[in-house]
Structures are given as structure tokens and as C-alpha cells.
Ligand binder design. Structure first.
Ligand SMILES: NC(=O)c1ccc[n+]([C@@H]2O[C@H](COP(=O)([O-])OP(=O)(O)OC[C@H]3O[C@@H](n4cnc5c(N)ncnc54)[C@H](OP(=O)(O)O)[C@@H]3O)[C@@H](O)[C@H]2O)c1
Length: 252
């Protein structure tokens, strides 16, 4: 049985990945949809019109990963796609929020992604693909978004190393690194502060970012960056001193 495991499937890019993979690949026997909001997953399940399993789980908790591990063991599927899309960020300086919020961000963006990938790997084989939702925030430190950017720098580094490790098994791993994308992400991210005005110019459509990520993955790329502006930004972060760029980014 071929399955697609998709976290963050209740909204934004995770949801778009489910819809797009469903329309592109008829060999997926079951979608395993993971997020906390069960009702949202049920709505998506009806839209998919194919077999789905709903896992209303909080991926910040080890117990949730263990539950998934048990289900994988009981079903022994082939994971054709793993989409690690669950994640969140909050704009604000370090220490501005309660330490628990910073811990939750790391538990989901770093720990959750690492543990879930770990338990999925043995069910993947030649032709399987992993999509890791990193961010353009991973390209350099981001004052005012420090913990989030650092968590995504982890995802990018981890993903590129994993991509290299899995080449021999012919499993494709791609780090998806968009700039701002129009999703519910900003409801939480802008709790206290708005995104810098100049970043809004680069706001992308979730469907377009996901389509680009899937076509980049088919081309066996290990990083997908949507849009001309973000590709220029990535180039600058490779070329220019990050100290200088951080001064510019502070202009908010
Ligand atoms: N939007 C952007 O500008 C942007 C840019 C670059 C990268 N990204 C990254 O792209 C990924 C998807 O973000 P998005 O823009 O699609 O945001 P989104 O619409 O807010 O979706 C986030 C998803 O994560 C799930 N989630 C959040 N906390 C969770 C938890 N504790 N346990 C399980 N699931 C949880 C949410 O579902 P529930 O609330 O139902 O649990 C939701 O389905 C994230 O990793 C984000 O960091 C976003």
C-alpha cells in the first residue's frame, strides 16, 4: 500500500500538497493527514475523494509520534511521500514571549520534524520523496524572528544532509524555502508585530509554491526557492556579510 504522510494538512501549504499530490499521482492508496484540527482534516478528506486516514495529533508531543509509529508498524505501508509542513513562527525579539512559546516552536519545527522523519524512513524506498518545509528565513539570521529563523536553518541543514545520505537509496529529499506565503501562518506570527512592509512585496500564493516544490523535486533538486525575489535574496545571503544584511533587515 502506497501512502502519503502529510503534516500540517489542515491549512496552508500542507493542505495544498495533499490536493496537488492527489491530482498528480493516482498511485497513492491512502493519505495520512496530520494536524490538531480534526474538523479541517475531515473537510479535506471529503475533498480528496480518495482513501484518507485522519490523525488529530499535536506533533509537539513525543506521544503523538509514538502513536504514528505504532500505526506504521501495524500497517507496514510504503511511504511514497512524506510532507513535513506543520510549523509555526512568531515575530518578536528573543525573550519577548514566554519561554514556553519558544520551546513549542522548537518542539514542532525541529524536534517534531526530526522524530517523524526518523520513524518514516524505514517505510520509504526507491522513488519515495520527502518535502521539508524550511523557509527563506533559513538563509541567514533574522533579528526580530530569531528562534523561527534558527529553527528553519536547522531544517535546511538537516534536509540537505539527509538528501545526500538517501541518494544511495534513491529517495529524494527537498527543502522548500519560500519567502512569505499567503496562509494562516501570519495569524499567529503577527500576534504582536506585523511583518516588515518590504517583505509583503514578496508574498506568494501557496498553490504556486507547492507546484514549484513538486516540479523541483521531480528535477531531483535538493532545495526549492519560489520566485525571482527570493532567489536574489538567497544569492545575496551567500555573497554578502550577514552582519551587513542584518542591519538592512532591522529596518522594520
Ligand atoms: N506562510 C509563510 O510565509 C511561510 C514561509 C516559509 C515557510 N513556511 C513554513 O511552511 C510550513 C507550513 O506553513 P503554512 O504557511 O502553510 O502555515 P499554516 O497555514 O499556519 O499551516 C500550519 C499547519 O501546521 C499545523 N500545526 C501547527 N501546530 C501544530 C502542532 N502542534 N501539531 C500538529 N500540527 C500543527 C497546523 O494545523 P493545526 O493548527 O490544525 O494543528 C497547520 O495545518 C510551516 O512549517 C512554516 O514554517 C511558511
Amino acid at each position: 500500500m502506497n501512502i502519503a504522510v502529510i503534516t500540517g494538512a489542515s491549512s496552508g501549504m500542507g493542505l495544498q500538497f495533499a490536493l496537488k499530490l492527489n491530482s498528480l499521482d493516482k498511485d497513492i492508496d491512502e493519505f495520512w493527514l496530520i494536524a490538531r484540527r480534526k474538523k479541517r482534516l475531515e473537510i479535506l478528506s471529503r475533498k480528496l475523494g480518495s482513501k484518507t486516514r485522519i490523525f488529530a495529533l499535536d506533533l509537539e508531543k513525543t506521544a503523538s509520534i509514538e502513536e504514528l509509529q505504532k500505526d506504521l508498524k501495524n500497517n507496514n505501508p510504503k511511504i511514497k511521500y512524506l510532507v513535513n509542513a506543520a510549523g509555526f513562527g512568531i515575530i518578536g525579539d528573543v525573550g519577548e514571549y514566554d519561554m514556553r512559546i519558544e520551546a513549542e516552536m522548537l518542539d514542532l519545527n525541529v524536534r517534531g520534524v526530526t522524530l517523524l522523519t526518523n520513524i518514516c524512513l524505514k517505510y520509504m524506498s526507491e522513488g519515495s520523496s520527502i518535502f521539508m518545509l524550511a523557509s527563506a528565513a533559513a538563509f541567514m539570521p533574522q533579528p526580530g524572528f530569531a528562534v523561527y529563523a534558527a529553527s528553519k536553518a536547522y531544517v535546511l541543514s538537516y534536509s540537505r544532509a539527509l538528501s545526500n545520505e538517501l541518494k544511495k537509496r534513491k529517495i529524494n529529499v527537498i527543502a522548500v524555502c519560500p519567502g512569505p506565503v499567503s496562509t494562516e501562518f501570519f495569524k499567529k506570527a503577527e500576534k504582536k508585530h506585523s511583518m516588515a512592509f518590504y517583505k509583503k512585496i514578496f508574498m506568494a500564493d501557496a498553490r504556486a509554491v507547492v507546484s514549484r516544490a513538486i516540479s523541483d523535486s521531480l528535477l531531483r533538486r535538493s532545495v526549492s526557492v519560489y520566485g525571482f525575489g527570493m532567489n536574489i535574496f538567497r544569492f545575496c545571503t551567500k555573497l554578502m556579510p550577514h552582519g551587513f544584511l542584518m542591519k538592512i533587515i532591522k529596518l522594520k
